[in-house]
Design a protein around this ligand. Structure first.
Ligand code: AGP
Length: 614
């Protein structure tokens, strides 16, 4: 959470920072600010505002600044309410050092106390201001910023990254990373730092992903990295980013979320091309023979993730049990890491994450590694921390996802986890080759089916128009579509702010049935499946109590269509593949309800795209 960007070089820093923040705003949007050294006057300017970047941009219209060094920040509030005073950058008491920060300094209160005793005054409630003042206190004793930062971070607990500079040396940025992402962009006569490569793509594709405890000194011409872990100056090799910058634009769509929903058939197609070879074998380019050998010995699988990625893990778990015949559990990362998990080298822990930076999932990965389990990351963002720290990684290749509500990344996670389960089934010989062939043949049709469901989206619009003022929704599903019910409910609540609850349909009688009356919409996910008849019984029970039934079924289910107030159908597909389609109408429904309620679809209140604090 929080987007950070830094620049030093020949261009005017201000537009570079603003352009970077536009790309990073999805990380947090409680306030935005920049700090730079005015090239003519040599003075430090800090301009920051509460609210979205647009407000800061308007404010910047009052200034003409030419600067060749600067830092910019977009905030997701942790310590202190969203306000101008709490907005970053923060400046130390001497007024010389400006700093932006992503993460949490856990022992900030103790440090603040000590600094207050030395008469340092604080203007905000943030841990960030404490950090910059601790650095400032050492800088005043010996004016070498690098040494001051090195000493100060040694006293700070928690996980965070910083970018800072002093107006005494307006040619040098200092950056530090501990757990939270930080990437350096390499230019000619200029260099960049950011929490996310998307901010760098307009300028460079050559990047260095910093490792934990790296402290880098960046000038327009040079980058030097000191590893606090290795206690030495080190070389980190640059990588090339292959993402297409245009993928991070709206391309005529009113919202990123809608654009990303429409990209789903293409995402599926790419995954299938990459993962299914001409000879019909499933192939993961990043899984080598040695890792494959470890996979053969696996006796138990845990799928660990948060939010939408957790729902993808639940579907993956059903497939892993059914096809690879391995006991498989799913757990949210925050519960797993504190639940003293019992693990050994025959356990495979699969960490599923779009961003590859989610704090709880990263902590779960470290816990699993500590306990000797085999770890596999299923990640979208290439080069992210979780992708780098796991024993192996499988990329989901969904491309940049900007909308806070995850859509195409979910589809990509589902497809990848299903293929992983089939792959495990193949190496464990728990699926006959002919069955797998037939399944993959059906899988290859999914991009086309997905495009068809998207095309029929207008129908979902009409249903949303009928119900968008309601405040309570119930979602029911069974088997591999129980996670679809959870995902549909999560989508609706995060972008429309209506209360939505996902339930296993069989559990309805154990409580939620009390909610049902003529005003209660129940979204029933009932495609062709082993439990179809059971779903029909649940729907009868809802109708008997006058509830409103919105059903997602399979083409040709006339009985279900007759029973429902609204009915959407998906093409007939094997049950295990159906979650790739049933979720699409639910994404549309959530999107339309949010738009009709005038919500900020891409940047819903209180949320951020990647949750890098616990
Ligand atoms: C989904 O719409 C969410 N915004 C959220 O639940 C997200 O899936 C979760 O925070 C996990 O993020 P990750 O995949 O980047 O780890």
């Amino acid at each position: 959470m929080c987007g950070i960007v830094g620049y030093v070089g020949y261009r005017n820093a201000v537009p570079v920072l603003i352009k970077g923040l536009e790309k990073l705003e999805y990380r947090g949007y409680d306030s935005a600010g920049i700090a730079c050294v005015d090239h003519q006057k040599g003075s430090l300017s800090v301009i920051k505002e509460k609210g979205k970047l647009g407000i800061l941009k308007e404010k910047l219209g009052d200034f003409t600044i030419e600067a060749h060094i600067g830092i910019g920040h977009t905030r997701w509030a942790t310590h202190g309410e969203p306000s101008r005073a709490n907005a970053h950058p923060h400046v130390d008491a001497s007024g010389k050092i400006a700093l932006i920060h992503n993460g949490i300094i856990e022992n900030y209160a103790v440090i603040k106390n000590a600094l207050q005793k030395k008469k340092v005054r604080f203007l905000s409630q943030t841990d960030t201001e404490v950090g910059v003042n601790l650095i400032g206190s050492y800088y005043r004793k010996s004016p070498k910023l690098f040494d001051a930062v090195k000493r100060a971070v040694g006293e700070m607990h928690g996980f965070f990254s910083f970018v800072l500079f002093s107006k005494d040396d307006p040619d040098t940025l200092i950056v530090y990373k501990r757990s939270n992402p930080l990437v350096i962009g390499l230019g000619h006569g200029e260099n960049f730092a950011a929490s996310d490569v998307t901010a760098l793509l307009p300028y460079t594709r050559q990047v260095i992903y910093l490792e934990d405890e790296d402290l880098a000194v960046i000038t327009a011409k040079e980058i030097s990295i000191y590893s606090l872990k290795e206690k030495a100056w080190i070389k980190r090799h640059p990588s090339t980013v292959h993402w297409d910058a245009s993928q991070a634009q709206k391309q005529g769509f009113p919202h990123f979320m809608l654009k990303e929903m429409y990209e789903q058939p293409e995402v599926l197609k790419n995954i299938l091309i990459k993962r299914i070879q001409k000879n019909g074998e499933i192939f993961f380019d990043t899984v080598d023979r040695k890792f494959q050998k470890r996979l053969r010995k696996i006796k138990r699988v845990s799928m660990i993730s948060c939010g939408t990625a957790y729902h993808a893990g639940m579907v993956g778990s059903v497939a892993m049990g059914k096809y690879a015949r391995i006991p498989c559990q799913t757990e949210v990362s925050s519960e797993f890491r504190y639940g003293t998990p019992i693990l050994n080298p025959k356990d495979l822990v699969v960490l599923i994450t779009q961003s590859g930076e989610t704090a709880d999932t990263l902590a779960a990965l470290r816990e699993a590694k500590d306990k000797g389990a085999v770890t596999l990351a299923v990640v979208n963002v290439v080069g992210s921390t979780i992708a780098r720290e796991a024993d192996a990684v499988i990329y989901t290749h969904a491309g940049p996802e900007i909308g806070v509500a995850s859509t195409k990344a979910y589809i990509a996670q589902l497809a990848t986890l299903l293929l992983l389960s089939f792959y495990m089934a193949r190496i464990r010989k728990t699926i006959p080759a002919t069955d797998l062939k037939a399944l993959l043949r059906e899988f290859k049709k999914m991009p086309e089916h997905c495009a068809k469901v998207l095309k029929e989206s207008k129908k979902f619009d009409r249903c949303a128009e009928k119900h968008y003022t309601r405040r309570n929704f119930l979602y029911l599903g069974r088997g591999c579509n129980y996670p679809t019910a959870l995902e549909g409910a999560l989508k609706l609540k995060e972008i429309s702010y209506a209360h939505a609850h996902g339930y296993a349909a069989g559990e309805m009688k154990h409580g939620p049935i009390a909610l049902i009356d003529h005003e209660q919409p129940v979204i029933c996910i009932a495609p062709d499946s082993l439990t179809y008849d059971k779903m029909i019984s649940n729907i009868q029970e809802i109708l008997a109590r006058d509830g409103i039934v919105i059903a997602i079924g399979t083409e040709g289910q006339k009985d279900l269509e007759k029973m429902s107030d609204d009915f959407f159908s998906i093409p007939k597909v094997p049950e295990i593949l159906s979650p790739l389609l049933t979720v699409i109408p639910l994404q549309f429904f959530a999107y339309k309800v949010a738009v009709l309620n005038g919500r900020d679809v891409d940047q819903p209140r209180n949320l951020a795209k990647s949750v890098t604090v616990e």
